[in-house]
Design a binder for this molecule. Structure first.
Ligand SMILES: Nc1ncnc2c1ncn2[C@@H]1O[C@H](COP(=O)(O)OP(=O)(O)O)[C@@H](O)[C@H]1O
Ligand SMILES: [Mg+2]
Ligand SMILES: [Zn+2]
Length: 514
């Protein structure tokens, strides 16, 4: 007897449909084989399925059993196919009957006692199910919320093999999980922190506003306690509101990492721009993705949001180097034995560091105890090529307690976000024929086209270049920043005051990396 059940697997963050064919024929020596490029976890499926069936009071067929996973060329990974394999076996051995099984995708890992365990990647699977016109998806109850953000699909949560059988045989009715996507999104799209909580630090706040407006990466240098982390956490709050489509894309990444059911991500959807702050001992795979069982890294978890690297010089050099390609491309390709996987990684990079190993080199009151050699050594851990991808460098000074209490709080995140959104709209309009969206993305050729200076501004910049020893790249960077500052003001022309502000964001090159 031959049956077919439809299931889904995940490759990268996208899902593919899998056909599970079960063929049972009579034979004196019982055997069961799984063919179609299964990995170890799929091979172990046989034992889990057997135990789960027996412990759920079904009979495991002792005949010639062949299970074929198609299409054959894709490597099948993970435990998601236990439940569909079990249902296929029950059907093929005529222990159950169902005409509706093929209308659904079925996924789930089975425990030995027949319970259904949660999976990774259910959001992508649900999206695929709808695209391919399935009526619904049967999945682990824990994953129902994340799948239910997909509209026009019956999302049927099951807790055990017995429940799944009950549903298909029509003896058990299971309520489909329903969510109003727009409502979930609206209710959870707000941040816990606000820029208005930061006192003083006008220079740093302004720099972050400029950074957000043009999507420029930023490096903050300052002693411990000066508020670098506090400022960093608030950068996502002034970026333009996340669109629903972007929220779904980021949510798929969280789903594949099994992170979508945590309370921090709202109810099954990442609805605000992420802020990721990995510790400096993170591995290359942890940061950019990959590993034996490939997973997206922190840079992809920060997709459409902010990746914050605190204590930048403490990160392993090769880990930082691995950032260069995704920073350029907005995605990261991870090589595997036979194929490669691409994960999205469109982020703003925000880095922070102390000015010296002890931290107090620039402190007005406390004494720095580092030797010039130690300081040099410390700074040189941050490579030139990475610094080259960071348009804005700012100093965040330590504030005295008195200053801190008496400084005004300034604008709210909502007010700043409004300015950022206006500046972004100008850039999108200007760059749409080049398929770009922000000034940070401008190539050398486009900088020439869009960042022209009047004679006075040009003179100003030349002078600064001589004085600061700015490189040609530094020159281009000042031009891009000037463009963003002009856009923030809604000024079609770049004016001298825009250029002089932009020059300030390159000043640290001279103080620190010379
Ligand atoms: N400008 C500021 N306004 C309000 N609170 C501040 C400010 N700067 C620092 N703080 C307070 O000091 C704490 C330490 O700041 P933090 O951001 O951790 O410093 P850093 O990361 O530079 O070491 C913050 O949690 C905050 O409570
Ligand atoms: Mg900090
Ligand atoms: Zn020091």
């Amino acid at each position: 007897m031959f049956t077919k059940v439809f299931s889904a697997g995940v490759n990268g963050i996208e899902s593919y449909i899998l056909e599970i064919e079960v063929c049972i024929s009579r034979g004196s020596l019982p055997y069961l084989v799984i063919v179609g490029l299964p990995d170890q976890a799929v091979k172990e499926s046989r034992d889990r399925v057997k135990a789960a069936m027996v412990n759920s009071q079904y009979r495991f067929p002792y005949d010639h059993v062949t299970i074929n996973l198609a299409p054959a060329h894709l490597k099948k990974e993970g435990p998601a196919f236990d439940l569909p394999i079990a249902l296929g076996l029950l059907l093929a051995s005529k222990q159950i009957e169902s005409s509706r099984l093929t209308e659904y995708l079925v996924v789930g890992e089975l425990s030995l006692d027949g319970q259904v365990r949660p999976l990774r990647g259910c959001l992508s699977m649900a999206i695929k199910a709808r695209e391919e016109g399935y009526r619904g998806i049967i999945l682990p109850a824990e994953n129902a919320t994340e799948a239910a953000v997909v509209e026009g699909l019956e999302v049927i949560p099951v807790k055990s093999l017995t429940e799944a059988v009950g549903f298909f045989s029509g003896r058990l009715s299971i309520q489909a999980t329903k969510l109003n996507l727009q409502e979930v999104f609206n209710n959870s799209a707000h941040y816990e922190v606000d820029f208005a909580e930061v006192r003083g630090q006008e220079h740093a706040k302004r720099a972050l506003l400029v950074a957000a407006a043009g999507a420029h990466n930023v490096l903050m240098i300052g002693p411990p306690g000066s508020g670098k982390t506090m400022l960093a956490q608030r950068l996502p709050t002034i970026l333009p509101q996340l669109h629903l489509q972007e929220a779904l894309e980021t949510s798929k990444i969280y789903s594949v990492c099994g992170l979508l059911n945590q309370s921090s991500t709202g109810r099954g959807l990442v609805s605000t721009r992420p802020f990721r702050s990995p510790h400096h001992n993170i591995s290359e795979a942890g940061l950019v993705g990959g590993g034996t069982f490939p997973k997206p890294g922190e840079i992809s978890l920060a997709h459409y949001g902010v990746l914050f690297l605190d204590e930048l010089p403490e990160f392993n050099r090769n880990v930082l180097e691995a950032l260069r390609q995704p920073l350029e491309a907005g995605e990261i390709t991870v090589a595997r034995a036979s194929s490669s996987i691409t994960y999205p990684a469109r982020i703003m990079l925000l880095a922070a560091m102390n000015p010296c190993p002890c931290g107090f080199y620039t402190h007005p009151k406390k004494r720095c105890r580092c030797t010039p050699h130690q300081i040099q050594n410390y700074l040189s851990k941050v490579s030139g090529p990475l610094l080259d991808r960071i348009d804005i460098h700012i100093e965040v000074p330590a504030l005295e307690h008195r200053e801190l209490v008496h400084s005004p709080t300034g604008e709210t995140s909502a007010q700043l976000r409004e300015k950022v959104s206006r500046a972004r709209a100008i850039q999108m309009e200007r760059l749409k024929e080049h398929a770009l969206t922000t000034n940070a993305q401008l190539s050398g050729r486009l900088v020439k086209k869009f960042c022209t200076l009047d004679a006075y501004s040009e003179g100003l910049l030349q002078e600064a270049m001589m004085e600061m020893g700015l490189s040609a790249r530094g020159y281009t960077r000042v031009l891009k920043l000037s463009r963003t500052i002009a856009d923030l003001e809604g000024s079609p022309d770049i004016r001298p005051e825009h250029v002089s502000e932009a020059i300030q964001y390159r000043n640290l090159d001279r103080t620190f990396w010379k």
